[in-house]
Design a protein. Structure first.
Ligand code: XMP
Length: 328
């Protein structure tokens, strides 16, 4: 399907619930007119953008919307469970959950190049999604959580798998992309107006390739486990310290090199965990916040005590530029 993205039309910035409600009403009518009695398929990652699109389309179409949540094995701890809880149990969505962990990790085994990893994750994602799409009958539309910065960034050097990578041998009647002209802050206001919980709407951005770009080099299950557990500890402690809404994006990274440590009187050769936290307006440049030493120390102590195979914790002080936010 040929997609032509257009420039954002002249429109008021959506800063209030009232403006968001107007936007929602317009789109509910537009989508109903576009889709009729057809079905709409949406890849629901659980990120802000696809979640807001899901909530909007559930409002417009109810069970005519089929949400597919693909767990690629690179989700953060508890994330897939949260998607099921909010959408299936809370909003009574038509949700298909696919645990494709082994499939993705097998394909990624031994692949160290960051762009090759992104391509595998994006490509495999589309294949899993295609398999679900083929199971549907009738007129099928495809919905996507593309937002305006995705469109602008997709001409850059990085492949963003949510733009320009559609299942190409499946016939879709059309594309439904209600937030394609919105900036992130506007998407959040729309999400709030739709009644999505704050922890979902205010959630920090999470890249499509997920933890895959934070487990540097060739992904291994032991490092991925260390990454997921350390990331969960970081999020928990940032939350307790009131930092979740003050820091734009924060996560841990587990690089593919080891360092020497001592545990129980014996030498070990274990992984380091790197804490990455940044503040930014548009992700084009970023600064590193001065996190309270006591908070960093608590996180370090917990990671060293609770996460197997880790003997060292570091805080990344590098701004963007020259460092990017992600490690690869
Ligand atoms: P960088 O690392 O380029 O990241 O400074 C800027 C922002 O983009 C996110 N990011 C991605 N998002 N697919 C995505 O959907 C990707 O491949 C990707 N790479 C980076 C990153 O998390 C940050 O918010």
């Amino acid at each position: 399907m040929e997609i032509v993205y257009t420039k954002r039309p002249e429109m008021e910035r959506i800063t209030t619930i009232a403006l968001a409600e107007k936007f929602i009403d317009e789109w509910v009518a537009k989508v109903r007119a576009q889709v009729g009695d057809g079905k709409v398929l949406l890849a629901l990652s659980g990120g802000v953008d696809s979640s807001v699109v899901a909530a909007l389309l559930i409002k417009a179409l109810g069970k005519q919307l089929v949400c597919v949540h693909v767990n690629h094995g690179l989700m953060r701890k508890g994330e897939s469970e949260q998607v099921i809880e909010i959408f299936q149990n809370g909003l009574d969505a038509n949700l298909v959950y696919v645990d494709a962990t082994d499939r993705f990790l097998d394909k990624l085994a031994g692949v160290a190049d960051p762009e090759a990893k992104r391509k595998i994750i994006g490509g495999e994602f589309i294949r899993v999604f295609e398999e679900e799409a083929r199971k549907l009958e009738g007129k099928i539309f495809l919905a996507q959580g593309t937002i305006y910065p995705d469109i602008i960034e997709s001409v850059g050097v990085k492949s963003h798998h949510n733009v320009g990578a559609l299942p190409d041998d499946i016939h879709f009647e059309g594309l439904v992309e209600p937030v394609q002209h919105l900036y992130k802050d506007e998407v959040r206001v729309v999400g709030r107006a739709l009644g999505l919980p704050a922890e979902m709407v205010d959630r920090q951005p999470f890249p499509g390739p997920g933890l895959g770009v934070r487990c540097t080099g060739a992904i291994t299950r032991d490092r991925l486990h260390a990454l997921r557990e350390s990331d969960a500890i970081l999020r928990e402690e940032f939350d307790k310290a009131g930092l979740t809404t003050k820091v734009w994006q924060f996560f841990t990274v587990v690089p593919d090199f080891r360092s020497t440590g001592v545990r129980g009187g014996a030498r070990v050769f274990d992984w380091p965990v790197i804490i990455r936290a940044v503040n930014t307006v548009d992700a084009m440049t970023a600064t590193v916040p001065e996190i309270d030493w006591a908070v960093l120390k608590k996180i370090t102590d917990r990671i060293l005590a609770e996460v197997d195979g880790v003997c060292r914790v570091l805080y990344d002080l590098s701004p963007k530029a020259p460092a990017t936010i992600e490690w690869e």
